[in-house]
Design a protein around this ligand. Structure first.
Ligand code: DHE
Length: 502
């Protein structure tokens, strides 16, 4: 197959000719992918490939999907979605060519500015229009949301009874933790395709949606609950919304003084500072953002190296960032903007999932590593690594709770991905390793509000969440779910519990 022939600019006139050309292409060596795309894919994925009812089909948005899996989806469809299988309409050569086409950058420019953001906004229930009483009975502070990435759904779970209350469809590929309003009534979800969904937990309804970008990393909600900020890879922007109805307030192009632009790795809320902190992927700056008159005011902190992944001390005085070289971390004093310490953290620490606790009168933090089977434990006063625990492989997430003596760490990568380590927070030793479902990835823990029970995901389409007693470490029950990824407890999140992510 000659790939050079595959790509010609998108042009509306091709739509008329598409059916005819598609038929002819079957008999030829080359495949006219533009025509095939317009005929079969554009209605749901957009003529510009930016997405519509279906997800965006652009290289960055697809970077986490293997081409072989994309081909399978085109061939067989996705169960329980609008995506039908095309194996009776397209031959193997056409399916392969279409897949290659989607993984190549389009020749037309991609734009997602104020107009596109405003046009995408849909407010189904404006703020204050729905009843203030929940339509179900449960401890509202002990609810969990479980994101099921297997079929793009979210389950609301009663954290006392450990029973599902409601299950609803989400946007395609949610990523990052959903963020609660300070009272826990609303939750904001962010999808990799740029969609922000505001959901009213009391009424079990989506109330507003807006698309902030084409390829988004995550969102943050300000500590006062007034603002939502989105961090984008594509375009290179930070976007500020009014949290009430997701109205666009400000669009900030992310660039340095020389005009070099940058992807935004993530944006975080810094509650005691009343600000947002943004991690920039391509320029050595970290931004602190405050809001004045509904506009973003940027304070730039220049760093010696590119930083990727952030962790904050509980007072948000210090930021710990992972250097992009994957070999060390830096500590930045957020008041002065100066680097105050460097940490030897080889093997790409995943600081974003780090946790802290008190150990022998001092505060320590622990972080897993993406590339080595190790957990680093760091004294947060001296910024020295005080212990490196050997694990059965690189890990992704760590979790604990102030009331629990244990921290949980998964082994997300490699042959032991079905194992989970349990660490004694005082002796700093691994005291138990579980293998809850041999052959299936076990990952991501979240505790209930009391720190008495916890949920662990069996990260599989035919998966489950497992409820454990946090003290005896005994399994209590399994609730079947479709590739459950993150779980998020209302109380832990809105109180910035030390053992969980924020
Ligand atoms: Fe995530 C959170 C970055 C891949 C599942 N992930 C985050 C956050 C960042 C991040 C910066 C914190 C944002 C927040 O919560 O607001 N993730 C990255 C990456 O850079 C990386 C390695 C590569 C990428 O392409 O994005 C990556 N992440 C993944 C996955 O492959 C995971 C396992 C599956 C998926 O859904 O894509 C994944 N990331 C998650 C989850 C959280 C997350 C479940 C929230 C964790 C939490 O408990 O808060």
């Amino acid at each position: 197959m000659n790939l050079k022939k595959m790509h010609i600019g998108l042009h509306q006139s091709l739509i008329l000719a598409a059916a005819l050309v598609a038929g002819m292409a079957q008999a030829e060596d080359t495949v006219d992918t533009d025509s095939l795309y317009l005929q079969h894919c554009a209605a749901c994925h957009g003529t510009d490939r930016l997405g519509g009812m279906g997800p965006a089909l652009l290289p960055d948005n697809l970077s986490r999907l293997k081409k072989s899996e994309a081909e399978r989806v085109i061939r067989e469809g996705r169960p329980a979605t609008q995506m039908a299988g095309y194996q009776t309409l397209l031959n193997d050569q056409q399916i392969t060519a279409l897949t290659e086409f989607m993984y190549q950058a389009p020749t037309h420019p991609l734009k997602w500015g104020k107009t596109e953001i405003q046009t995408s906004r849909d407010v189904t229930h404006s703020a204050g229009s729905l009843p203030d009483q929940p339509v179900f009975e449960a401890d509202l502070m002990n609810l969990f949301l479980v994101v099921e990435i297997g079929d793009h759904h979210v389950t609301l779970l009663d954290g006392d009874k450990m029973e599902p209350i409601h299950r609803f469809p989400s946007r395609f590929a949610l990523h990052g933790g959903p963020k609660y309003s300070p009272d826990g009534r609303y939750v904001y979800f962010g999808s990799r395709d740029g969609w922000i969904t505001k959901y009213d937990i009391y009424n079990l309804k989506v109330v507003a949606e807006v698309r902030a970008g084409i390829n988004m990393r995550n969102i943050a909600v300000s500590a006062d609950g007034h603002y939502v900020m989105a961090a984008n890879y594509l375009p290179h922007t930070l976007v500020l919304f009014d949290a009430a109805n997701l109205e666009l307030l400000d669009l900030v192009p992310v660039e340095n003084g020389a005009g070099d632009s940058s992807r935004v790795s993530a944006v975080y809320t810094a509650p005691p500072r009343g600000s947002f902190i943004a991690a920039l992927k391509d320029i050595p700056e970290t931004w602190e953002i405050t809001i004045e008159d509904n506009s973003a005011v940027i304070r730039r902190m220049t760093t010696d190296t590119l930083l990727d992944d952030f962790f904050f001390d509980p007072g948000y005085q210090h930021l710990i960032g992972a250097a992009r070289d994957g070999k060390h971390g830096v500590v930045i004093d957020l008041d002065t903007g100066k680097t105050t310490a460097e940490l030897p953290l080889p093997g790409m620490p995943h600081l974003g999932s780090g946790i802290t606790w008190q150990q022998e009168g001092r505060r320590v933090m622990a972080t897993p590593h993406f590339r080595t089977g190790a957990i680093s434990i760091i004294d947060m006063d001296t910024w020295k690594v005080i212990k490196t625990l050997d694990t059965e492989g690189p890990g992704f997430f760590m979790r604990s709770h102030e009331n629990s003596r244990y921290a949980w760490a998964d082994v997300f990568f490699g042959p032991n991905a079905d194992k989970v380590h349990i660490i004694d927070k005082q002796t700093l030793e691994i005291v138990k390793t579980l293998q809850p479902e041999p052959g299936k990835v076990a990952a991501h823990v979240e505790f209930d509000r009391h720190g008495e029970k916890l949920l662990l995901s069996i990260w599989d389409d035919d998966g489950a969440i497992i409820v454990y007693d946090a003290d005896t470490l005994e399994e209590e029950k399994r609730i079947p779910m479709k590739k459950p990824s993150g779980k998020y407890n209302v109380w832990n999140k809105i109180n910035y519990e030390e053992g969980t992510s924020h």
